[in-house]
Write a protein that binds this ligand. Structure first.
Ligand SMILES: *Cc1c(COP(=O)(O)O)cnc(C)c1O
Length: 418
């Protein structure tokens, strides 16, 4: 469920009419609902109450510092994948002991910063990375917690680009190598090898790939008598974009809890999309409409630089008019909703049924709270849109839209060219 719904033919976010927000804030802008964000976090927390896991929100799904702060304030930890995300986590005031750090290519500087920060776990993805962490921790005279990321070689049903738990992806290590690492603990005196980690992919709609992966890992630990105290089962829970029928937090917990309950392991979850996905939308305006012999196009003021998911993953996002005028009905003519960017892959939705639209009409792209703004770019020298959050019936700009000046920040023309 989410807090974006129609009241008297007007799309609202927590009772505020989008039309009214758009009077004060120029389109395009991302719009987040605080209530939805926290509701989704609480749903997972409640579902897993009996084992009291640490829930680390995946910062890469939505890294706005107001979003992070909202979740941190409500008890969440954070799952980071870079030094930049560590920087954001710090600003959000998260307890370092609730931060875990994954990623296959952590650089020395990032590792050093993270060790000084004192976070809970490095989720390590290679032997060389483990050696690097050992080296830096030893120089800093620190002992750090490490969980080894296992690639359990399972095949969740999702888009190839976001299936991370298959054997041939770059993520994690195979069981054999993990076994070898646990057998050579002595090589890493500044490392506490205290955990294992999996993250098998994203937008996964059923619990069974998770069950398979968890079973595989638990059997592995038992078979080789590997003793650890943390098991990070990753994120990846799918959400509804259109007609998906994903597991609920409760349904997911019902399948997963029996596997974990008797393991005595402390469990970490890393949900991103599940919490942020339906907590945000992208509001846009119709710039032009045009008809060609083959198609009708609605050209809007957002493009693949603002929301790349349709172009990159052929992802479906529902597109709805912000105001439905009395008596307007959905035309039987299908339209392509496209952006202004010079690429034929620049579309938001293809063959959609929408009411007749004219220049200036507002549209909302739904389910844009995860991997929306965070994957945006300045392609075609387009300033990134603003981010706005509704909290308790008021709205706040939590990131200003970029300016042309922002676009060239840091650039310079060498003297020889002048
Ligand atoms: C991206 C990522 C997540 C979050 O994935 P969602 O599908 O958004 O839940 C969790 N853990 C790791 C290691 C990730 O890379």
């Amino acid at each position: 469920m989410h807090e974006f719904s129609f009241k008297d033919n007007e799309l609202c976010c927590e009772d505020i009419r989008l039309k009214d927000i758009a009077k004060e804030i120029e389109t395009p802008f991302y719009l987040y609902s605080y209530k939805t964000l926290i509701d989704h976090y609480r749903k997972l927390k409640t579902a897993f109450r009996s084992i009291n896991p640490l829930i680390c929100f995946s910062v890469k799904s939505n890294s706005n510092i107001a979003v992070l702060k909202a979740l941190v304030k409500n008890g969440a930890g954070l799952d980071i994948v870079s030094g930049g995300e560590l920087y954001r986590a710090r600003i959000a005031g998260v307890d370092p002991k609730k931060v875990v750090y994954a990623g296959a290519g952590k650089k020395s500087r990032e590792i050093e910063d993270a060790i000084r920060f004192g976070m809970l776990f490095f989720n390590v993805e290679s032997e060389e990375e483990l050696e690097e962490i050992q080296k830096i921790a030893s120089l800093l005279k620190k002992k750090v917690n490490v969980a080894i990321r296992i690639n359990p070689d399972v095949m969740p049903k999702t888009h190839d680009y976001i299936a991370t738990g298959k054997g041939e992806t770059k993520f994690g290590l195979d069981f054999e190598t993990v076994h070898k690492i646990f057998n050579s603990k002595w090589r890493y005196p500044n490392v506490n090898l205290r955990g294992v980690h999996i993250h098998i992919g994203s937008q996964i709609l059923s619990a069974s790939p998770f069950e398979n992966a968890i079973k595989k890992v638990l059997e592995f630990l038992k078979r080789y008598k590997i003793s650890i105290d943390y098991f990070n089962i990753g994120g990846g829970l799918g959400i509804i974009y259109s007609i998906e029928n994903p597991q609920t937090a409760k349904g997911f917990a019902k399948k997963i809890l029996p596997l974990l309950k008797h393991s005595k392991l402390k469990i970490i979850l890393e949900p991103g999309r599940f919490i942020s996905g339906n907590s945000g939308i992208l509001v846009t305006k119709v710039v032009y409409t045009k008809r060609t012999p083959r198609k009708k196009f609605i050209i809007v003021d957002i493009g693949m630089n603002d929301l790349i998911r349709p172009s990159l993953y052929e992802a479906y996002h529902k597109i709805v008019p912000v105001s439905v005028s009395e008596g307007s009905s959905y035309t039987s003519e299908k339209v392509d909703v496209v952006g202004p960017i010079c690429e034929s892959g620049d579309f938001l939705g293809k063959d959609r049924l929408l009411p007749a639209l004219v220049k200036g009409d507002l549209l909302a792209v739904m389910g844009a709270g995860a991997y929306g703004f965070t994957m945006s770019s300045n392609y075609n020298s387009r300033p990134r849109p603003a981010e706005v959050m509704v909290i308790n019936k008021r709205f706040y700009v939590v990131r200003k839209s970029e300016t042309y000046r922002d676009l060239v920040r840091g650039e310079s023309i060498p003297k020889v060219l002048r």
